[in-house]
Design a protein around this ligand. Structure first.
Ligand code: ADP
Length: 261
């Protein structure tokens, strides 16, 4: 528990620091790519010089991508919460995720029988699924299965072993499993740290999971990772259930009494 609290504090501090740096850095990058683009228009440049400028521009673009990710992680983004059915979100991004992971990876979704309402920002939860799917793809270069499952769990003790820092209550559970390369215990421990990556520089920024962590925290949720090198990885996200009964009552009331006018 202490370890998890320390981790949360560290993420908070790193987030604040990174946000400040990213903002200033972004301005500098705009100068680099702006003047680079102007320079490229100069007709006196030969092919080699053109190519060299292209290198500068693509490095600047890569850096801009990095700072955008950092800003997304650190900024206390204004999230717009509304009751959403987790099963609908998964269904809505299904096609998009299938395109990301490609044809060699089979996408299997198993929605819970009952609707699972959570108070959430739709765009942010889609971002979570997108980041998890991207990592799953990278972990399965020779294909495999990406399984997304939803369900619910009642947490009784605040120190539920499986769920870490959860408060007692009812939770929607989103489980994302891949049959990829898995990761070491060391990577498992550091996976949510900003900039932690095992990928080569052109592939990873180390921000994807830090962003996921930030979003889940903002939703008062919790994320766990289980992994076995060579076998695959499971991410489990707990989000507080939003008065399921009340939503259901409203829905059945709507069906029973068609809107007037
Ligand atoms: P990036 O993907 O840019 O490296 P992330 O924060 O998304 O950054 O992930 C950090 C690291 O966690 C990755 O470099 C990888 O080592 C590990 N990782 C994340 N997801 C998976 C996964 N599904 N399977 C194996 N390793 C993973």
């Amino acid at each position: 528990l202490e370890e998890q609290l320390r981790q949360a504090q560290k993420m908070e501090a790193v987030g604040q620091l990174a946000g400040g740096v990213a903002h200033d850095f972004n301005n500098i990058l705009q100068v680099i790519s702006g003047y680079g683009s102007i320079l490229k228009l100069d007709e006196r440049l030969d092919d080699r010089q053109q190519e060299e400028i292209d290198h500068i521009l693509s490095a600047a673009e890569k850096a801009a991508q990095l700072t955008r990710g950092l800003l997304a992680f650190s900024r206390k983004q204004v999230i717009t919460l509304s009751p959403v059915n987790l099963n609908d979100i998964v269904e809505n991004v299904r096609k998009f995720l299938a395109r990301i992971i490609g044809e060699d990876i089979h996408l299997k979704t198993t929605p819970s029988e009952a609707p699972l309402y959570v108070m959430a920002d739709l765009g942010q939860l889609e971002q979570v699924l997108f980041n998890l799917a991207t990592n799953a793809r990278d972990a399965m270069p020779r294909g495999g299965v990406l399984a997304i499952e939803t369900g619910s769990q009642v947490v009784e003790s605040p120190l539920d072993q499986e769920s870490g820092l959860l408060r007692p209550g009812s939770y929607a559970v989103l489980t994302v499993t891949d049959t990829g390369c898995g990761m070491s215990a060391e990577t498992c421990k550091r996976i949510f740290e900003p900039f932690y990556t095992t990928k080569e520089i052109s592939k990873g920024t180390g921000l994807g999971m830090a962003i996921v962590y930030g979003i889940v925290k903002q939703h008062n949720g919790f994320i766990n990772v289980y992994s076995e090198p060579g076998h695959g990885t499971t991410f489990r996200i707990h989000l507080p259930i939003y008065h399921a009964e009340r939503v259901r009552d409203q829905e059945s009331a709507k069906q029973a009494a068609p809107p007037r006018g």
